[in-house]
Design a binder for this molecule. Structure first.
Ligand SMILES: NC(=O)C1=CN([C@@H]2O[C@H](COP(=O)(O)OP(=O)(O)OC[C@H]3O[C@@H](n4cnc5c(N)ncnc54)[C@H](O)[C@@H]3O)[C@@H](O)[C@H]2O)[C@H](O)CC1
Ligand SMILES: [K+]
Length: 510
Protein backbone atom coordinates (compact mmCIF):
# COMPACT_ATOMS: atom_id res chain seq x y z
CA UNK A 1 0.00 0.00 0.00
CA UNK A 2 1.32 3.45 -0.83
CA UNK A 3 0.78 5.87 2.01
CA UNK A 4 0.78 9.64 2.28
CA UNK A 5 0.74 12.05 5.20
CA UNK A 6 -0.26 15.71 5.44
CA UNK A 7 2.48 18.35 5.66
CA UNK A 8 1.30 19.03 9.24
CA UNK A 9 1.82 15.40 10.20
CA UNK A 10 5.32 15.47 8.72
CA UNK A 11 6.14 18.70 10.53
CA UNK A 12 4.87 17.28 13.84
CA UNK A 13 7.15 14.32 13.36
CA UNK A 14 10.05 16.60 12.53
CA UNK A 15 9.64 18.95 15.51
CA UNK A 16 11.33 16.80 18.19
CA UNK A 17 14.34 16.32 15.94
CA UNK A 18 14.57 20.02 15.19
CA UNK A 19 14.30 20.74 18.91
CA UNK A 20 17.15 18.33 19.46
CA UNK A 21 19.31 20.34 17.05
CA UNK A 22 19.09 17.83 14.19
CA UNK A 23 17.82 20.28 11.55
CA UNK A 24 21.11 20.46 9.65
CA UNK A 25 21.46 16.69 9.67
CA UNK A 26 17.93 16.30 8.23
CA UNK A 27 18.66 18.79 5.46
CA UNK A 28 21.98 17.19 4.70
CA UNK A 29 20.35 13.74 4.33
CA UNK A 30 17.61 15.26 2.17
CA UNK A 31 20.18 16.97 -0.07
CA UNK A 32 22.28 13.81 -0.36
CA UNK A 33 19.25 11.74 -1.40
CA UNK A 34 18.16 14.44 -3.84
CA UNK A 35 21.62 14.71 -5.41
CA UNK A 36 21.83 10.92 -5.78
CA UNK A 37 18.52 10.76 -7.64
CA UNK A 38 19.58 13.68 -9.86
CA UNK A 39 22.90 12.00 -10.65
CA UNK A 40 21.23 8.67 -11.46
CA UNK A 41 18.69 10.38 -13.72
CA UNK A 42 21.43 12.37 -15.49
CA UNK A 43 23.47 9.23 -16.07
CA UNK A 44 20.44 7.33 -17.37
CA UNK A 45 19.32 10.07 -19.73
CA UNK A 46 22.65 11.59 -20.83
CA UNK A 47 25.24 9.01 -19.82
CA UNK A 48 27.17 11.28 -17.41
CA UNK A 49 26.94 13.77 -14.57
CA UNK A 50 30.26 15.43 -15.34
CA UNK A 51 29.76 18.35 -17.68
CA UNK A 52 25.97 18.36 -17.57
CA UNK A 53 24.20 21.70 -17.18
CA UNK A 54 22.14 21.91 -13.98
CA UNK A 55 19.87 24.80 -13.06
CA UNK A 56 18.65 24.98 -9.46
CA UNK A 57 15.53 27.11 -8.91
CA UNK A 58 15.75 28.21 -5.30
CA UNK A 59 13.07 29.77 -3.11
CA UNK A 60 13.60 31.40 0.26
CA UNK A 61 12.74 28.47 2.54
CA UNK A 62 14.16 25.10 3.49
CA UNK A 63 13.03 23.61 0.20
CA UNK A 64 15.47 25.97 -1.47
CA UNK A 65 18.06 24.94 1.15
CA UNK A 66 17.75 21.31 0.09
CA UNK A 67 18.23 22.36 -3.54
CA UNK A 68 21.32 24.47 -2.70
CA UNK A 69 23.11 21.67 -0.83
CA UNK A 70 22.21 19.18 -3.57
CA UNK A 71 23.55 21.65 -6.16
CA UNK A 72 26.87 21.67 -4.26
CA UNK A 73 27.06 17.89 -4.39
CA UNK A 74 26.41 17.86 -8.14
CA UNK A 75 28.98 20.62 -8.70
CA UNK A 76 31.55 18.54 -6.83
CA UNK A 77 30.80 15.72 -9.27
CA UNK A 78 31.62 17.98 -12.20
CA UNK A 79 28.21 19.33 -13.19
CA UNK A 80 28.03 22.95 -14.42
CA UNK A 81 25.58 24.36 -11.92
CA UNK A 82 23.69 27.64 -12.04
CA UNK A 83 21.55 28.75 -9.11
CA UNK A 84 18.59 31.03 -9.79
CA UNK A 85 17.34 32.73 -6.64
CA UNK A 86 13.59 33.10 -7.17
CA UNK A 87 12.74 35.06 -4.02
CA UNK A 88 15.74 37.37 -3.59
CA UNK A 89 16.94 35.69 -0.43
CA UNK A 90 17.67 32.07 0.28
CA UNK A 91 18.68 29.61 3.01
CA UNK A 92 21.79 31.40 4.39
CA UNK A 93 24.02 28.36 5.00
CA UNK A 94 23.03 26.83 1.66
CA UNK A 95 23.87 30.07 -0.11
CA UNK A 96 27.25 30.27 1.64
CA UNK A 97 27.97 26.70 0.55
CA UNK A 98 27.27 27.39 -3.15
CA UNK A 99 29.24 30.64 -3.06
CA UNK A 100 32.19 28.78 -1.48
CA UNK A 101 32.22 26.51 -4.53
CA UNK A 102 32.06 29.51 -6.90
CA UNK A 103 28.77 28.31 -8.30
CA UNK A 104 27.14 30.85 -10.60
CA UNK A 105 24.33 32.51 -8.59
CA UNK A 106 21.72 34.58 -10.45
CA UNK A 107 18.63 36.44 -9.40
CA UNK A 108 15.26 36.90 -11.01
CA UNK A 109 16.18 40.47 -11.95
CA UNK A 110 17.64 39.10 -15.18
CA UNK A 111 15.53 39.74 -18.28
CA UNK A 112 12.78 37.25 -19.13
CA UNK A 113 14.79 36.12 -22.15
CA UNK A 114 17.87 35.43 -20.04
CA UNK A 115 15.91 33.46 -17.46
CA UNK A 116 14.19 31.47 -20.21
CA UNK A 117 17.57 30.76 -21.78
CA UNK A 118 18.79 29.27 -18.48
CA UNK A 119 15.60 27.24 -18.19
CA UNK A 120 15.72 25.95 -21.75
CA UNK A 121 19.44 25.15 -21.90
CA UNK A 122 19.71 23.06 -18.73
CA UNK A 123 19.93 19.27 -18.95
CA UNK A 124 18.43 19.13 -15.49
CA UNK A 125 16.28 21.66 -13.63
CA UNK A 126 15.99 21.20 -9.87
CA UNK A 127 12.81 22.76 -8.52
CA UNK A 128 13.48 24.01 -5.00
CA UNK A 129 11.19 27.04 -5.17
CA UNK A 130 8.81 25.91 -2.45
CA UNK A 131 7.89 22.74 -0.61
CA UNK A 132 5.54 21.89 2.21
CA UNK A 133 5.42 25.50 3.37
CA UNK A 134 3.85 26.68 0.13
CA UNK A 135 0.48 27.81 -1.13
CA UNK A 136 -0.88 26.69 -4.51
CA UNK A 137 0.30 28.76 -7.47
CA UNK A 138 3.55 30.54 -8.21
CA UNK A 139 4.11 34.31 -7.83
CA UNK A 140 3.11 36.30 -10.93
CA UNK A 141 6.35 36.77 -12.88
CA UNK A 142 7.75 33.37 -11.92
CA UNK A 143 4.44 31.76 -12.80
CA UNK A 144 4.45 33.40 -16.21
CA UNK A 145 8.07 32.34 -16.86
CA UNK A 146 7.29 28.77 -15.85
CA UNK A 147 4.28 28.74 -18.19
CA UNK A 148 6.43 29.96 -21.09
CA UNK A 149 9.17 27.45 -20.26
CA UNK A 150 6.64 24.57 -20.13
CA UNK A 151 5.39 25.55 -23.58
CA UNK A 152 8.88 25.26 -25.11
CA UNK A 153 10.56 22.71 -22.82
CA UNK A 154 12.95 20.39 -24.69
CA UNK A 155 11.68 16.81 -24.65
CA UNK A 156 14.85 15.36 -23.13
CA UNK A 157 15.16 17.89 -20.34
CA UNK A 158 14.81 16.50 -16.84
CA UNK A 159 12.86 18.28 -14.12
CA UNK A 160 13.34 17.03 -10.58
CA UNK A 161 11.09 18.55 -7.91
CA UNK A 162 12.33 18.83 -4.34
CA UNK A 163 9.80 17.32 -1.92
CA UNK A 164 6.78 18.51 -3.97
CA UNK A 165 6.48 20.33 -7.31
CA UNK A 166 6.36 24.07 -6.59
CA UNK A 167 3.01 25.70 -7.16
CA UNK A 168 1.01 22.77 -5.80
CA UNK A 169 -0.50 22.64 -2.36
CA UNK A 170 1.36 19.77 -0.70
CA UNK A 171 -1.66 18.98 1.47
CA UNK A 172 -4.78 19.32 -0.66
CA UNK A 173 -3.34 18.52 -4.09
CA UNK A 174 -4.70 21.73 -5.58
CA UNK A 175 -2.64 23.59 -8.17
CA UNK A 176 -2.77 27.34 -8.67
CA UNK A 177 -2.54 29.18 -11.96
CA UNK A 178 0.84 27.66 -12.70
CA UNK A 179 2.94 24.93 -11.17
CA UNK A 180 6.07 22.98 -11.98
CA UNK A 181 5.53 19.72 -13.87
CA UNK A 182 8.25 17.31 -12.75
CA UNK A 183 9.54 14.11 -14.28
CA UNK A 184 10.59 12.94 -10.83
CA UNK A 185 9.72 14.22 -7.37
CA UNK A 186 12.19 13.41 -4.60
CA UNK A 187 10.20 13.57 -1.42
CA UNK A 188 11.53 13.25 2.11
CA UNK A 189 10.48 10.86 4.88
CA UNK A 190 7.21 9.87 3.19
CA UNK A 191 4.76 10.91 0.52
CA UNK A 192 2.90 14.16 1.11
CA UNK A 193 -0.84 13.87 0.46
CA UNK A 194 -0.65 16.32 -2.45
CA UNK A 195 1.61 13.92 -4.33
CA UNK A 196 -1.21 11.38 -4.59
CA UNK A 197 -4.23 13.67 -4.89
CA UNK A 198 -5.15 15.08 -8.32
CA UNK A 199 -4.68 17.48 -9.95
CA UNK A 200 -1.26 17.93 -8.23
CA UNK A 201 -0.49 14.21 -8.60
CA UNK A 202 -0.17 14.87 -12.34
CA UNK A 203 2.65 17.37 -11.67
CA UNK A 204 4.68 15.00 -9.54
CA UNK A 205 5.84 12.48 -12.15
CA UNK A 206 7.54 9.46 -10.61
CA UNK A 207 7.89 9.86 -6.86
CA UNK A 208 11.03 8.70 -5.02
CA UNK A 209 11.03 8.67 -1.23
CA UNK A 210 14.29 9.46 0.55
CA UNK A 211 14.69 8.23 4.10
CA UNK A 212 15.96 11.09 6.27
CA UNK A 213 15.45 9.40 9.63
CA UNK A 214 11.85 10.45 10.37
CA UNK A 215 9.40 7.73 11.39
CA UNK A 216 5.88 8.32 10.03
CA UNK A 217 3.34 5.86 11.45
CA UNK A 218 1.65 3.73 8.75
CA UNK A 219 -1.69 3.76 10.56
CA UNK A 220 -1.78 7.56 10.59
CA UNK A 221 -1.50 7.92 6.81
CA UNK A 222 -4.54 9.80 5.48
CA UNK A 223 -4.29 9.02 1.76
CA UNK A 224 -3.55 5.53 0.49
CA UNK A 225 -3.18 3.80 -2.85
CA UNK A 226 -3.50 0.08 -3.50
CA UNK A 227 -0.55 -1.29 -5.49
CA UNK A 228 0.28 -4.54 -7.23
CA UNK A 229 1.83 -6.17 -4.17
CA UNK A 230 -1.44 -5.73 -2.19
CA UNK A 231 -3.75 -7.57 -4.54
CA UNK A 232 -3.01 -11.17 -3.57
CA UNK A 233 -3.62 -10.50 0.11
CA UNK A 234 -6.72 -8.32 -0.37
CA UNK A 235 -8.55 -10.10 -3.20
CA UNK A 236 -11.22 -12.36 -1.67
CA UNK A 237 -10.28 -15.91 -2.66
CA UNK A 238 -12.44 -19.00 -2.13
CA UNK A 239 -11.66 -21.50 0.63
CA UNK A 240 -11.49 -25.20 -0.26
CA UNK A 241 -14.82 -25.66 1.57
CA UNK A 242 -16.63 -22.90 -0.35
CA UNK A 243 -19.61 -23.41 -2.67
CA UNK A 244 -21.24 -20.88 -4.94
CA UNK A 245 -23.59 -19.52 -2.25
CA UNK A 246 -21.00 -19.25 0.51
CA UNK A 247 -18.63 -17.69 -2.00
CA UNK A 248 -21.05 -14.81 -2.52
CA UNK A 249 -23.97 -14.05 -4.82
CA UNK A 250 -24.31 -10.67 -6.53
CA UNK A 251 -27.63 -9.25 -7.67
CA UNK A 252 -27.39 -6.99 -10.72
CA UNK A 253 -30.03 -4.48 -11.75
CA UNK A 254 -28.55 -2.75 -14.77
CA UNK A 255 -29.16 -2.06 -18.43
CA UNK A 256 -32.33 -1.44 -20.33
CA UNK A 257 -33.66 -1.83 -23.84
CA UNK A 258 -32.02 1.52 -24.58
CA UNK A 259 -28.66 0.70 -22.94
CA UNK A 260 -28.36 -3.08 -23.03
CA UNK A 261 -24.56 -3.03 -23.24
CA UNK A 262 -24.10 -1.69 -19.72
CA UNK A 263 -25.68 -4.80 -18.23
CA UNK A 264 -23.71 -7.14 -20.49
CA UNK A 265 -20.42 -5.48 -19.51
CA UNK A 266 -21.18 -5.34 -15.78
CA UNK A 267 -22.25 -8.99 -15.81
CA UNK A 268 -19.18 -10.06 -17.77
CA UNK A 269 -16.89 -8.23 -15.36
CA UNK A 270 -18.56 -9.67 -12.25
CA UNK A 271 -18.22 -13.21 -13.61
CA UNK A 272 -14.64 -12.55 -14.66
CA UNK A 273 -13.87 -11.24 -11.16
CA UNK A 274 -14.87 -14.59 -9.68
CA UNK A 275 -18.24 -13.96 -8.04
CA UNK A 276 -19.91 -17.11 -6.61
CA UNK A 277 -23.04 -16.52 -8.66
CA UNK A 278 -24.62 -13.62 -10.49
CA UNK A 279 -28.38 -13.03 -10.55
CA UNK A 280 -29.51 -10.65 -13.26
CA UNK A 281 -32.73 -8.74 -12.64
CA UNK A 282 -34.15 -6.96 -15.68
CA UNK A 283 -36.05 -7.22 -18.95
CA UNK A 284 -35.46 -9.84 -21.67
CA UNK A 285 -33.31 -7.31 -23.46
CA UNK A 286 -30.58 -7.24 -22.16
CA UNK A 287 -31.30 -10.44 -20.16
CA UNK A 288 -31.07 -12.60 -23.30
CA UNK A 289 -27.81 -11.01 -24.36
CA UNK A 290 -26.29 -11.70 -20.96
CA UNK A 291 -27.43 -15.33 -21.04
CA UNK A 292 -25.86 -15.75 -24.45
CA UNK A 293 -22.50 -14.34 -23.42
CA UNK A 294 -22.38 -15.63 -19.86
CA UNK A 295 -24.37 -18.82 -19.44
CA UNK A 296 -23.28 -18.89 -15.76
CA UNK A 297 -25.65 -16.00 -14.99
CA UNK A 298 -29.01 -16.82 -13.41
CA UNK A 299 -32.03 -14.69 -14.39
CA UNK A 300 -34.40 -13.28 -11.79
CA UNK A 301 -34.27 -12.18 -8.16
CA UNK A 302 -33.27 -14.41 -5.26
CA UNK A 303 -31.00 -14.31 -2.21
CA UNK A 304 -27.88 -12.25 -2.71
CA UNK A 305 -24.97 -11.00 -0.59
CA UNK A 306 -24.63 -7.68 -2.43
CA UNK A 307 -26.29 -5.57 -5.12
CA UNK A 308 -24.86 -3.71 -8.09
CA UNK A 309 -27.45 -1.19 -9.24
CA UNK A 310 -28.05 1.43 -11.89
CA UNK A 311 -25.55 1.13 -14.77
CA UNK A 312 -27.36 1.82 -18.04
CA UNK A 313 -30.69 2.60 -16.38
CA UNK A 314 -32.35 5.84 -17.50
CA UNK A 315 -34.79 7.61 -15.12
CA UNK A 316 -37.77 6.79 -17.34
CA UNK A 317 -37.13 3.02 -17.35
CA UNK A 318 -39.85 2.49 -14.79
CA UNK A 319 -39.57 -1.24 -14.23
CA UNK A 320 -35.80 -1.05 -13.76
CA UNK A 321 -36.08 1.95 -11.45
CA UNK A 322 -38.67 0.01 -9.41
CA UNK A 323 -36.32 -2.97 -9.26
CA UNK A 324 -33.52 -0.74 -7.99
CA UNK A 325 -35.87 0.72 -5.38
CA UNK A 326 -36.88 -2.78 -4.24
CA UNK A 327 -33.24 -3.86 -4.02
CA UNK A 328 -32.37 -0.77 -1.96
CA UNK A 329 -35.28 -1.46 0.43
CA UNK A 330 -34.12 -5.04 0.89
CA UNK A 331 -30.53 -3.88 1.36
CA UNK A 332 -31.58 -1.47 4.11
CA UNK A 333 -33.43 -4.22 5.95
CA UNK A 334 -30.64 -6.78 5.70
CA UNK A 335 -27.70 -4.35 5.59
CA UNK A 336 -26.46 -5.73 2.29
CA UNK A 337 -23.67 -3.77 0.62
CA UNK A 338 -24.67 -2.00 -2.59
CA UNK A 339 -22.67 -0.58 -5.48
CA UNK A 340 -24.64 2.32 -6.96
CA UNK A 341 -24.03 3.74 -10.41
CA UNK A 342 -25.71 6.04 -12.96
CA UNK A 343 -29.51 5.51 -12.77
CA UNK A 344 -29.34 4.60 -9.06
CA UNK A 345 -28.10 8.09 -8.13
CA UNK A 346 -31.55 9.54 -8.81
CA UNK A 347 -32.85 7.59 -5.82
CA UNK A 348 -30.41 9.14 -3.35
CA UNK A 349 -31.82 12.05 -1.34
CA UNK A 350 -29.92 11.80 1.95
CA UNK A 351 -27.81 9.47 4.08
CA UNK A 352 -28.10 5.90 2.83
CA UNK A 353 -29.37 3.25 5.19
CA UNK A 354 -27.08 0.48 3.98
CA UNK A 355 -23.31 0.19 3.36
CA UNK A 356 -22.75 1.51 -0.15
CA UNK A 357 -20.20 2.51 -2.74
CA UNK A 358 -21.31 5.26 -5.17
CA UNK A 359 -19.39 5.46 -8.45
CA UNK A 360 -20.09 8.88 -10.04
CA UNK A 361 -18.00 10.74 -12.58
CA UNK A 362 -17.45 14.47 -12.03
CA UNK A 363 -20.74 15.52 -13.68
CA UNK A 364 -22.77 13.04 -11.63
CA UNK A 365 -20.95 14.10 -8.47
CA UNK A 366 -21.94 17.71 -9.17
CA UNK A 367 -25.59 16.65 -9.42
CA UNK A 368 -25.35 14.63 -6.21
CA UNK A 369 -23.71 17.55 -4.39
CA UNK A 370 -26.50 19.86 -5.47
CA UNK A 371 -29.21 17.46 -4.35
CA UNK A 372 -27.60 16.32 -1.08
CA UNK A 373 -26.10 19.53 0.23
CA UNK A 374 -27.55 22.32 -1.90
CA UNK A 375 -24.05 23.20 -3.15
CA UNK A 376 -23.86 24.20 -6.80
CA UNK A 377 -20.49 23.36 -8.30
CA UNK A 378 -19.41 22.90 -11.89
CA UNK A 379 -17.65 19.90 -13.31
CA UNK A 380 -14.50 22.04 -13.64
CA UNK A 381 -14.59 23.01 -9.97
CA UNK A 382 -14.82 19.35 -9.05
CA UNK A 383 -11.88 18.49 -11.26
CA UNK A 384 -9.83 21.26 -9.60
CA UNK A 385 -10.42 19.80 -6.11
CA UNK A 386 -11.89 16.31 -6.50
CA UNK A 387 -10.91 15.01 -3.07
CA UNK A 388 -12.79 17.75 -1.20
CA UNK A 389 -15.96 17.38 -3.26
CA UNK A 390 -15.93 13.58 -3.08
CA UNK A 391 -15.62 13.89 0.70
CA UNK A 392 -18.65 16.22 0.84
CA UNK A 393 -20.81 13.68 -0.97
CA UNK A 394 -19.41 10.80 1.11
CA UNK A 395 -20.44 12.66 4.26
CA UNK A 396 -23.84 13.71 2.97
CA UNK A 397 -24.70 10.22 1.66
CA UNK A 398 -22.90 8.39 4.49
CA UNK A 399 -21.31 6.19 1.86
CA UNK A 400 -18.07 5.46 0.10
CA UNK A 401 -17.71 7.66 -2.98
CA UNK A 402 -15.54 6.47 -5.84
CA UNK A 403 -15.10 9.47 -8.12
CA UNK A 404 -14.19 8.31 -11.62
CA UNK A 405 -11.63 10.19 -13.67
CA UNK A 406 -8.07 9.74 -14.92
CA UNK A 407 -7.17 9.51 -11.24
CA UNK A 408 -9.82 7.71 -9.21
CA UNK A 409 -10.50 9.30 -5.83
CA UNK A 410 -12.19 7.18 -3.18
CA UNK A 411 -13.56 8.99 -0.18
CA UNK A 412 -15.46 7.92 2.91
CA UNK A 413 -17.10 9.82 5.77
CA UNK A 414 -14.43 8.85 8.34
CA UNK A 415 -11.21 7.18 7.33
CA UNK A 416 -8.47 7.53 4.77
CA UNK A 417 -9.01 8.51 1.16
CA UNK A 418 -7.60 6.30 -1.57
CA UNK A 419 -6.31 7.63 -4.88
CA UNK A 420 -5.63 5.24 -7.74
CA UNK A 421 -3.51 6.70 -10.53
CA UNK A 422 -4.29 6.30 -14.21
CA UNK A 423 -3.36 2.90 -15.66
CA UNK A 424 -3.83 3.72 -19.33
CA UNK A 425 -5.61 6.57 -21.07
CA UNK A 426 -7.10 4.00 -23.49
CA UNK A 427 -9.53 3.25 -20.67
CA UNK A 428 -11.33 6.48 -21.59
CA UNK A 429 -13.91 4.63 -23.65
CA UNK A 430 -17.58 3.70 -23.43
CA UNK A 431 -18.35 0.90 -21.02
CA UNK A 432 -15.37 1.32 -18.66
CA UNK A 433 -17.61 2.38 -15.80
CA UNK A 434 -19.98 -0.55 -16.33
CA UNK A 435 -17.05 -2.96 -16.08
CA UNK A 436 -15.94 -1.26 -12.87
CA UNK A 437 -19.44 -1.65 -11.39
CA UNK A 438 -19.30 -5.38 -12.12
CA UNK A 439 -15.88 -5.75 -10.49
CA UNK A 440 -16.92 -3.77 -7.41
CA UNK A 441 -20.16 -5.74 -7.13
CA UNK A 442 -18.27 -9.03 -7.26
CA UNK A 443 -15.89 -7.80 -4.55
CA UNK A 444 -18.75 -6.60 -2.34
CA UNK A 445 -20.51 -9.96 -2.71
CA UNK A 446 -17.49 -12.15 -2.06
CA UNK A 447 -15.53 -10.18 0.54
CA UNK A 448 -18.13 -10.49 3.30
CA UNK A 449 -17.07 -7.08 4.56
CA UNK A 450 -19.52 -4.32 5.16
CA UNK A 451 -18.09 -1.43 7.16
CA UNK A 452 -17.48 1.71 5.14
CA UNK A 453 -13.69 1.60 5.71
CA UNK A 454 -13.70 -1.99 4.44
CA UNK A 455 -15.77 -1.01 1.40
CA UNK A 456 -13.44 1.92 0.72
CA UNK A 457 -10.48 -0.45 0.63
CA UNK A 458 -12.42 -2.81 -1.66
CA UNK A 459 -13.29 0.09 -3.95
CA UNK A 460 -9.60 1.00 -4.22
CA UNK A 461 -8.72 -2.63 -4.86
CA UNK A 462 -11.38 -2.90 -7.56
CA UNK A 463 -10.24 0.32 -9.18
CA UNK A 464 -6.61 -0.82 -9.21
CA UNK A 465 -7.46 -4.22 -10.72
CA UNK A 466 -9.74 -2.54 -13.28
CA UNK A 467 -6.68 -0.50 -14.34
CA UNK A 468 -4.47 -3.59 -14.50
CA UNK A 469 -7.07 -5.39 -16.61
CA UNK A 470 -7.13 -2.37 -18.92
CA UNK A 471 -3.35 -2.57 -19.31
CA UNK A 472 -3.63 -6.24 -20.26
CA UNK A 473 -6.44 -5.51 -22.72
CA UNK A 474 -4.66 -2.53 -24.21
CA UNK A 475 -1.06 -3.74 -24.56
CA UNK A 476 -0.29 -0.14 -25.48
CA UNK A 477 -3.10 0.24 -28.05
CA UNK A 478 -6.88 0.69 -28.24
CA UNK A 479 -9.00 -1.49 -26.02
CA UNK A 480 -12.60 -2.66 -25.86
CA UNK A 481 -14.50 -2.64 -22.58
CA UNK A 482 -15.54 -6.23 -23.23
CA UNK A 483 -11.88 -7.19 -23.29
CA UNK A 484 -11.22 -5.28 -20.06
CA UNK A 485 -14.01 -7.28 -18.41
CA UNK A 486 -12.45 -10.53 -19.64
CA UNK A 487 -8.97 -9.41 -18.57
CA UNK A 488 -10.02 -8.91 -14.94
CA UNK A 489 -9.58 -12.65 -14.47
CA UNK A 490 -6.05 -12.55 -15.90
CA UNK A 491 -5.03 -9.46 -13.93
CA UNK A 492 -6.04 -11.06 -10.62
CA UNK A 493 -4.47 -14.38 -11.55
CA UNK A 494 -1.19 -12.82 -12.62
CA UNK A 495 -0.87 -10.81 -9.40
CA UNK A 496 -1.72 -13.82 -7.24
CA UNK A 497 0.75 -16.05 -9.05
CA UNK A 498 3.44 -13.39 -8.75
CA UNK A 499 2.83 -13.11 -5.00
CA UNK A 500 2.94 -16.91 -4.59
CA UNK A 501 6.23 -17.08 -6.45
CA UNK A 502 7.69 -14.25 -4.40
CA UNK A 503 6.61 -15.85 -1.13
CA UNK A 504 7.24 -19.36 -2.38
CA UNK A 505 3.95 -20.70 -0.94
CA UNK A 506 1.36 -23.20 -2.18
CA UNK A 507 -1.77 -22.33 -4.12
CA UNK A 508 -4.17 -22.22 -1.14
CA UNK A 509 -1.99 -20.10 1.04
CA UNK A 510 -2.77 -16.83 -0.67
N1 LIG B 1 10.05 17.73 6.72
C1 LIG B 1 11.32 17.65 7.01
O1 LIG B 1 11.69 17.00 7.91
C2 LIG B 1 12.30 18.34 6.24
C3 LIG B 1 11.94 19.30 5.30
N2 LIG B 1 12.85 19.90 4.55
C4 LIG B 1 12.47 20.77 3.48
O2 LIG B 1 11.82 21.89 3.96
C5 LIG B 1 10.70 22.19 3.19
C6 LIG B 1 9.75 23.05 3.93
O3 LIG B 1 10.44 24.23 4.18
P1 LIG B 1 9.79 25.62 4.67
O4 LIG B 1 10.91 26.54 4.89
O5 LIG B 1 8.88 25.34 5.79
O6 LIG B 1 8.90 26.07 3.47
P2 LIG B 1 9.11 26.14 1.90
O7 LIG B 1 10.54 26.07 1.52
O8 LIG B 1 8.22 25.13 1.31
O9 LIG B 1 8.52 27.57 1.55
C7 LIG B 1 9.23 28.68 1.98
C8 LIG B 1 8.62 29.99 1.65
O10 LIG B 1 8.24 30.07 0.30
C9 LIG B 1 7.21 31.04 0.17
N3 LIG B 1 6.13 30.50 -0.67
C10 LIG B 1 4.96 30.02 -0.26
N4 LIG B 1 4.23 29.60 -1.29
C11 LIG B 1 4.96 29.83 -2.38
C12 LIG B 1 4.73 29.60 -3.74
N5 LIG B 1 3.59 29.05 -4.16
N6 LIG B 1 5.68 29.95 -4.60
C13 LIG B 1 6.83 30.50 -4.18
N7 LIG B 1 7.11 30.74 -2.88
C14 LIG B 1 6.18 30.41 -2.00
C15 LIG B 1 6.69 31.30 1.56
O11 LIG B 1 6.99 32.63 1.90
C16 LIG B 1 7.40 30.30 2.43
O12 LIG B 1 7.75 30.86 3.66
C17 LIG B 1 10.21 20.83 2.79
O13 LIG B 1 9.35 20.86 1.68
C18 LIG B 1 11.53 20.13 2.50
O14 LIG B 1 11.95 20.40 1.18
C19 LIG B 1 14.25 19.64 4.93
O15 LIG B 1 15.21 20.26 4.36
C20 LIG B 1 14.48 18.24 5.33
C21 LIG B 1 13.72 18.00 6.52
K1 LIG C 1 9.73 22.15 -4.78
Amino acid sequence: MRRAWTPDQVRACETPLLDAGQGDALMSRAAAGLANVCATELRERYGHVYGSRVLALVGKGNNGGDALFAACRLARRGAHVTVLLCAGRAHPAGLRAVRALNIDVRELDESDDDVLRFLLCAHLVIDGIAGTGARAGLPDRLGELVRRWRGRKPGRQLVVAVDVPSGVDAGTGQTGGSAIAADVTVTFAGLKTGLLIPPAARNAGRVEVVDIGLELADEQAVVLAVEASDVAALWPAPEPSDHKYSRGVLGLVAGSARYPGAAVLAADAAVSAGVGMLRYVGPDTPGGLIAQRSPEVVAGAGRVQAWALGSGVAPDEESQVDAIRAALDEAIETQLPCVLDAGAFDLIYGPLGMPAILTPHAGELATLLGRLSGTIVSREEIEADPARHAKSVAEAANAVVLLKGAHTVISQPAGPDYVQGPATAWLATAGSGDVLTGVLGALAATAGRKSLPQLAELAALGSFVHGQAALLASQGGPLRSLHVAAAVKYAVTELRVRAREEKNVGQWQL
